[in-house]
Design a protein around this ligand. Structure first.
Ligand SMILES: Cc1cc2nc3c(=O)[nH]c(=O)nc-3n(C[C@H](O)[C@H](O)[C@H](O)COP(=O)(O)OP(=O)(O)OC[C@H]3O[C@@H](n4cnc5c(N)ncnc54)[C@H](O)[C@@H]3O)c2cc1C
Length: 278
């Protein structure tokens, strides 16, 4: 289907982008890589009168390490991470995640900022960056504020971003090379959106673990009981971490009552736990 008619503006600064959004409040949408928004326009799921293209805003590009944080411009694409064009501060985890998103043409255009702002409950970055303890920096009419990725998504396709706010950067804590991680994604075909994802990050220095389940209808969830278990340095790989064990962990969380999805999520969980303990 053809795209509906809309105004297209391409500001050069974040402040100008915010002005454009505020002038047309509720009717204007930001356009980053267009990999999610343009299909939505074609399907008439979204009908903005104005698209505010971010492509010409230099401040949204680039990556730099500031102290113990890697700051990625919101326009950093999945392919830039996959190709190692930005520093790897996560012991290879972000590169692995990027390479598993969609197909190369989507990865070349799709941005991390766009993925987080879109908040598809099956998307990869909200899960991976929650496990990594990342935050986003947003700018709006009232100035800048920081939001943990964990609380950015409020429901499927809904975020804490307020009208006129633009996600400008992603801040990823620099991790020790000894960090242990696993990212287990189950999808029908490789490169497709996930049926289930389990991301685990264990920091040996602080002995803290973060475990995140993705692919739930309402968006990613941390699994605190499993985090507590994996924070115990003496825990070892064990055959006890099997599907029935995983099903018990998910009982209170997985309320879909869909036995097939429950089985897929439990499979992702016990495999991820075994992998990270190996
Ligand atoms: C065939 C296909 C397969 C895919 N498979 C996967 C997959 O397996 N895993 C996965 O995670 N993703 C997948 N995607 C989605 C892909 O990762 C998109 O790139 C991403 O979701 C959106 O990024 P974008 O830059 O294209 O954003 P856009 O499409 O430009 O924008 C998406 C939404 O975010 C808003 N937005 C964008 N940038 C900002 C910003 N900086 N500040 C505020 N709001 C903003 C827009 O207004 C819009 O509402 C797939 C997409 C396609 C087309």
């Amino acid at each position: 289907m053809k795209l509906p008619p809309f105004e297209f503006v391409q500001p050069h600064t974040v402040a100008q982008a915010i002005d454009c959004l505020m002038q047309d409040e509720g009717e204007a949408r930001v356009l980053a890589g267009g990999q999610s928004l343009l299909p939505m326009l074609a399907l008439r799921v979204a009908n903005p009168t104005t698209l505010v293209g971010l492509e010409r805003i230099d401040a949204l590009n680039g990556a730099q390490i500031k102290g113990d944080v890697l700051v990625l411009g919101a326009l950093t694409t999945h392919a830039m991470v996959e190709d190692g064009a930005v520093a790897d501060v996560t012991a290879g985890m972000m590169r692995h995640v990027a390479a598993g998103i969609a197909w190369r043409p989507v990865r070349v255009r799709g941005t991390i900022g766009g993925s987080l702002a879109h908040a598809d409950p099956s998307a990869d970055w909200p899960v991976a960056l929650t496990a990594l303890g990342a935050s986003v920096l947003v700018q709006g009419p009232e100035g800048q504020r920081r939001i943990p990725v964990e609380t950015l998504g409020e429901a499927a396709f809904s975020t804490a971003l307020q009208p006129g706010e633009v996600l400008i950067a992603i801040e990823v804590p620099v991790r020790a090379a000894s960090m242990r991680w696993t990212y287990h994604k189950i999808a029908r075909k490789s490169g497709e959106f996930a049926d289930a994802i389990v991301a685990i990050v264990i920091d040996p220095a602080s002995k803290q673990a973060r475990v995140v389940l993705g692919g739930l209808p309402a968006g990613p969830r941390r699994l605190e009981a499993v985090e507590k278990l994996l924070s115990d340095a003496s825990i070892r790989h064990s055959a006890d971490f099997d599907r029935p064990w995983a099903e018990r962990q998910l009982e209170a969380i997985d309320t879909t009552n869909d036995p097939v999805m429950q089985r897929i999520r439990a499979t992702a969980l016990y495999r991820a736990v075994r992998e990270v303990l190996q």
